[in-house]
Design a protein around this ligand. Sequence first.
Ligand code: ZN
Length: 145
Amino acid sequence: MAVVIKVKHKEKIMGRLRHGADLLGELSEICKKEKIQLGRLEAIGAVQKACIGFYNQEKREYQFITIDQPLEITNLTGNISIKDGNPIVHAHLTLSDSSGKAYGGHLAPGTIVFACECMIESFDGSLLERGFDQETGLPLWTVQE
Ligand code: ZN
């Protein structure tokens, strides 16, 4: 059975991240400051370097790669839910290099902002809490009663 909830739009926040900030850290910080526990986010911009993850389904662990060069954020899409009682940002992004070649994956710490514009939408609704999922080994959503 799929885990679904109904959400209602609460508010939207638009902003620009700091040059040199950790992309995931900065997005998490904004959500914490604005008390967002449920929502979605998107961003475009550029990074100085990137660290992205790929979940190895067989080994049940993330493998990370660092791309140590300037890249465009052609798209970042993510969501905000609860893990261990705190809001957590989960985001995936696509990046492009000077030749237009794309890289993509799970946003990890170590991705450093050059310039970034983001949009965060918060929702009212039941909270989605992440809990360990036996089938995948991932912290997936469960619905809080
Ligand atoms: Zn992910």
